[in-house]
Design a protein around this ligand. Structure first.
Ligand SMILES: *Cc1c(COP(=O)(O)O)cnc(C)c1O
Length: 462
């Protein structure tokens, strides 16, 4: 299996090179040359076997010859041994035909762990085999940072730089990153929004000389390996339900919901992929009105989705255009210039055959947390609640199962949960422990040159 770039001007690479690079050198995003296809019997079996076995069967197609079966098996087993629920991604029915898919049972209590616990191990294995060092640079809207730190903190050959928007992540999210006791982890609070931080990351990747000099690599969802690991739970959930489901996905950077498209392209029957956004609703506007236009992100109760430029949408556009790299290059260049794309009719039709979209403001989000608590006794986090609002708006459970991806544990967002229900969610011991250390972070203006210098001063041997 090799990986090509959505912009069509990069060499095709095996999984290992794709994993280490993250972003393709032509600025595009990697996708598999061809999607693996599963047969119906294989799809049904994913509901009967342990999660790690399903993950191995699915990831095996993606990693190709880059890792042996034994290596992949060992890393998957170790990644998911760190989870506090043996099902890894349990499915819970909260109303007739309405399910939560709990993705927050990993070390940092958000769904990012599912991919990053595995990526960290594959990464470490590759670097050990090949020698050399890597520099991981990540922009985070709140959860990728702590998940990357939990996966890569303390590893020998990796330096980790995490940029978060200052004051725009929850206190728990910030402490999870800044109180981590690892010498190879560097937290930077950027004076700006997540989009500013993400733009700096992309710009530094585009500086080829710098990127090569530090072996820069990305663990944001622009890294296809994350999408590959995330499509697994769509397969296991669908197989457990035994009937085609609609999946509702609290969305920011469009990575998680694109993992649903990946599963569909590999043969999974899905009724609809619902993009659920908060009031930073660029994706809802793109799919509903046909215009993908970036505004400026503003803070909400679901900070991990306070994003206005959804990087992974490029992958969906590429597929919707039947993989027309030349068209995509033109469109992305126009977007970089105008911050706006008017989507052609045929592209919109292709996107809408798979995706629907709705948004929820903070008021509706609190209302959903309160309602789920009143009706089921469960506390849900504000990101999950945005998905529950979407479920309510679209009423898809009348025609079959609906699965809301529950992307974070409520204890990560105690203020919102308390406001909605009067209850403070109990803090799991692993989280309590993670928050105890002294905080360590630096503050930088949102300027790429400052971030470059900061990294250069801290990468050993430069
Ligand atoms: C990252 C995140 C999201 C958004 O996922 P994307 O892949 O960026 O769309 C939603 N909820 C939580 C809790 C997250 O951490």
């Amino acid at each position: 299996m090799r990986y090509l770039s959505t912009r069509g001007q990069a060499l095709r690479q095996p999984f290992a090179e794709m994993l280490l690079a993250g972003l393709a050198p032509d600025g595009g995003l990697y996708l598999p040359e061809v999607w693996p296809r599963f047969m119906q019997t294989e799809l049904s079996a994913f509901g009967l076997v342990p999660y790690a076995d399903a993950a191995r069967a699915i990831m095996g197609h993606f990693v190709g010859a880059s890792f042996t079966d034994d290596e992949l098996t060992a890393d998957i087993a170790a990644a998911y041994a760190a989870f506090d629920n043996p099902q890894i991604a349990p499915l819970v029915e909260i109303a007739p035909n309405l399910y939560l898919l709990e993705l927050f049972h990993g070390p940092t209590l958000a769904f990012k762990d599912i991919a990053l616990q595995l990526l960290g191990r594959l990464f470490a294995r590759l670097l050990k085999k090949r020698g050399g060092r890597a520099t991981v640079l990540a922009a985070t809207s709140g959860d990728t940072g702590s998940a990357a730190i939990a996966a890569l903190g303390g590893l020998e050959n990796i330096e980790v730089f995490v940029l978060h928007p200052q004051g725009r992540v929850s206190d728990v999210q910030r402490r999870q990153m800044t109180a981590a006791p690892f010498a190879n982890v560097h937290n930077v609070a950027i004076e700006g929004s997540f989009d500013d931080a993400q733009a700096i990351v992309k710009a530094l990747f585009a500086e080829t000389r710098f990127a090569h000099s530090v072996n820069l690599t990305a663990v944001n969802s622009i890294n296809f390996a994350r999408i590959a690991a995330q499509c697994v739970y769509y397969f296991t959930a669908a197989a457990q339900l035994g009937a085609p489901a609609a999946f509702i996905v609290p969305t920011g950077n469009f990575g998680d919901v694109f993992a649903g498209e990946a599963a569909m392209r590999m043969g999974l029957a899905v009724r609809k992929l619902v993009v659920a956004t908060n009031s930073n609703d660029i994706m809802a506007r793109a799919l509903n009105d046909g215009v993908y236009a970036a505004g400026s992100a503003h803070p909400t109760l679901s900070p991990s989705m306070d994003i206005q430029v959804a990087s992974n949408f490029e992958r969906a556009l590429y597929e919707a255009s039947d993989r027309d790299a030349r068209w995509l290059r033109d469109v992305m260049a126009a977007f970089a210039h105008d911050r706006r794309i008017a989507l052609p009719e045929d592209i919109l039709i292709a996107l809408r055959s798979r995706y629907a979209a709705t948004r929820a403001d903070d008021h509706e989000t609190l209302d959903a947390i309160g309602r789920v608590h009143a009706e089921t006794g469960r506390l849900i986090d504000p990101h999950t609640a945005v998905g529950v609002v979407a479920a309510n708006n679209l009423q898809l459970h009348k025609d079959g199962p609906v699965v809301v991806l529950s992307t974070a544990h409520p204890a990560k967002f105690p203020a919102a949960v308390e406001k909605a229900t009067g209850q403070i969610p109990p803090v799991p011991p692993r989280l309590k422990q993670a928050l105890e250390g002294d905080e360590k972070l630096d503050v930088l203006a949102a300027e790429k040159d400052l971030v470059r210098a900061y990294i250069e001063a801290r990468v050993p041997g430069l």
